[in-house]
Design a protein around this ligand. Structure first.
Ligand code: AMP
Length: 557
């Protein structure tokens, strides 16, 4: 953990970096390219050897990718993390005394590529780093053995147990993305009786057979009937509302990414959090550690990430409204703020803009030129400039560019879909339901095709099965259609697209979907529920769990 001076240095460093972003970006560029131009050997762009590959999750839309990693990449990660720690310390005080984080983390097995180099999730690579392991052992409740257990359930049991038996030490509860934390809370809802009985007796469950988990859990367990009673009292309430704050009374905040497609989980997390602030503090992808949130206490809809100009050479491609529909707000922004370069209809002809020269209010697609050989690489994310810290732009995460539902001339982006779902789910609130998961696909089996949304719902009170009012569910379908981009609605009017359908699935269906992706190689820590699914197998999983179907009753205005 960093000392006081290191924290202050961290904050000072952020000021320097964000003030000199332009110059730093220039230096990165000249270091990477001028050396080659000046006759250095032929290892074009990539002066260092590739040590391993980061395997991206691919669940936010595209295919999983293998991103080259060099020693330089690995060096940058802890430097960027230290800046993040400095910001957290500024807002939450000393997190490095006798206090701990309950952060659900899951390593994923590495694979070997044909060239003999390892491919692993970026988070797994981080968990293997000795310095990070040191931090985990001192300042996290989760035993490292549990993080490395390949059985998600055993790992979850062990990580939860370790958190539950140290209720007063925990100051932060979280996971990299909101999905893993919610999975842990659901696990708790299913296993709390067993966990209480284990804490009462000091014995761990028989089904914990993984030797690492078993040893780690056994070594920290002692019979504690008083604690078991208190957990029992909290978990046996009819509603799990506020359960995180009740179980960990000294927790100051919840840390998990809740922007972009993760924004669908804000309401569920708020339900469980008991008023703790939700902190979404990094924008990181396998390609680069892009940015940090300098105002961790800003609510999820106001989060902006300030770019770290040292981590890569960043450029931004203005988003063209012919290639991306996004919401009407974007259309409006285009109409009011366009520049000649952005008016070109062909995205190919648009020139990328340097990081520091982006314009306030504009939407951009991120391009990364990395130290590890990526050249103007499209990460696939769309960002909106919301401000500047010194000279460095701050971006709001809008959504993935490549997730698009399309039947006819309509092109619905992830942001459109998230927005439409947000509109529709306001109808569920008065009924006491929470939408705990959604995804979609374009069903073209019948003509015309139509959008299908899978929804998983949960009642705020009790665990009984929920009674759905068909009128309200049909209204939800209609609200979504109304919220979608005007080209979608005009396709509906001329019957080029049939009525939008919501298929309600059984509780736990989205856990099964996650298990499916994890079984295909995705890391639990980096998993993001896909907002749109293309795989037939994944669609079939949800299809087999459908309990009710509802259609939009009329053509949207
Ligand atoms: P991965 O390639 O598996 O590392 O996942 C990286 C992707 O996760 C990014 O390209 C984004 O689409 C998404 N992501 C990362 N950070 C955030 C964030 N703060 N908010 C929303 N989405 C994010």
């Amino acid at each position: 953990m960093a000392t006081r001076n290191e924290f202050e240095d961290g904050l000072k460093r952020i000021e320097e970096l964000t003030t000199n972003a332009d110059q730093i970006q220039e230096e990165i560029l000249s270091l990477t390219f001028d050396r080659i131009a000046n006759g250095e050997p032929s290892n074009i762009l990539l002066a260092e050897s590739v040590l391993e590959f980061f395997r991206s999750s691919g669940t936010s839309g595209g295919q999983p990718k293998l991103i080259p990693v060099t020693a330089e990449t690995l060096k940058l990660l802890p430097i960027s993390s230290a800046l993040l720690t400095a910001v957290m310390k500024k807002h939450f005080g000393n997190l490095d005394q006798a206090v701990k984080s309950l952060e659900f983390q899951f390593a994923k097995e590495e694979t070997e590529t044909p060239c003999g180099l390892k491919a692993r999730a970026a988070t797994t690579s981080m968990y293997k780093n000795n310095d990070y392991r040191n931090i985990i052992s001192k300042h996290h409740t989760s035993p490292i053995e549990a993080i490395f257990c390949s059985d998600t359930n055993q790992s979850m049991y062990c990580q939860l147990l370790a958190g539950l038996i140290q209720p007063d030490e925990v100051v932060m509860v979280g996971s990299q993305f909101a999905t893993a934390l919610l999975r842990a809370i659901k696990f708790l809802e299913g296993y709390w009786k067993e966990l209480c009985s284990n804490i009462r007796s000091g014995q761990i469950s028989d089904w914990i057979t993984d030797s690492g988990c078993k040893n780690a859990a056994s070594s920290i367990m002692k019979p504690n009937p008083q604690l078991a009673d208190s957990i029992h009292k909290i978990c046996s309430c009819e509603s799990s509302e506020g359960i995180i704050k009740k179980l960990w009374p000294n927790a100051k905040f919840i840390r998990a990414i809740t922007t972009g497609v993760m924004s669908q989980y804000v309401e569920t997390l708020e339900f469980y959090s008991g008023g703790l602030p939700l902190v979404s503090n990094t924008y990181v992808c396998s390609e680069a550690f892009c940015g940090i949130n300098l105002e961790p206490l800003s609510g999820p809809s106001y989060v902006s990430y300030t770019f770290l100009p040292t981590t890569a050479f960043f450029e931004s491609l203005p988003v063209n409204n012919n290639s991306l529909s996004l919401s009407q707000e974007v259309q409006f922004n285009y109409a009011s703020q366009h520049e000649p370069v952005e008016k070109k209809s062909n995205n190919e002809n648009i020139e990328p803009i340097d990081l520091v020269h982006v314009k306030l209010g504009q939407y951009y697609e991120l391009l990364v030129t990395s130290y590890a050989g990526l050249y103007r690489y499209k990460v696939g994310d769309v960002l909106k400039v919301t401000g500047f810290h010194n000279n460095t732009p701050q971006f709001q995460f809008v959504g993935s560019q490549n997730v698009i539902l399309s039947i006819d001339t309509d092109k619905t982006s992830e942001a459109d879909l998230v927005n439409a779902v947000r509109e529709a789910k306001t109808l569920l609130d008065p009924l006491g339901f929470i939408l705990t998961g959604f995804t979609s696909y374009a069903d073209t089996c019948s003509i015309p095709g139509h959008y299908v949304l899978f929804w998983e719902l949960k009642a705020k009170q009790g665990n009984d099965s929920i009674e759905l009012d068909p009128k309200i569910m049909e209204e939800c379908c209609y609200r979504m259609e109304e919220a979608l981009y005007y080209i979608y609605r005009s396709c509906r009017k001329r019957n080029a697209i049939a009525a939008l359908e919501i298929r309600v699935v059984k509780q736990g269906s989205f856990d099964t979907l996650m298990d499916y992706y994890v079984s295909r190689g995705v890391s639990t820590s980096q998993y993001k529920t896909p907002s749109c699914i293309k795989s037939k197998e994944a669609i079939n999983i949800l299809e087999s769990k459908v309990i009710r179907k509802f259609f939009s009753p009329k053509i949207p205005m």
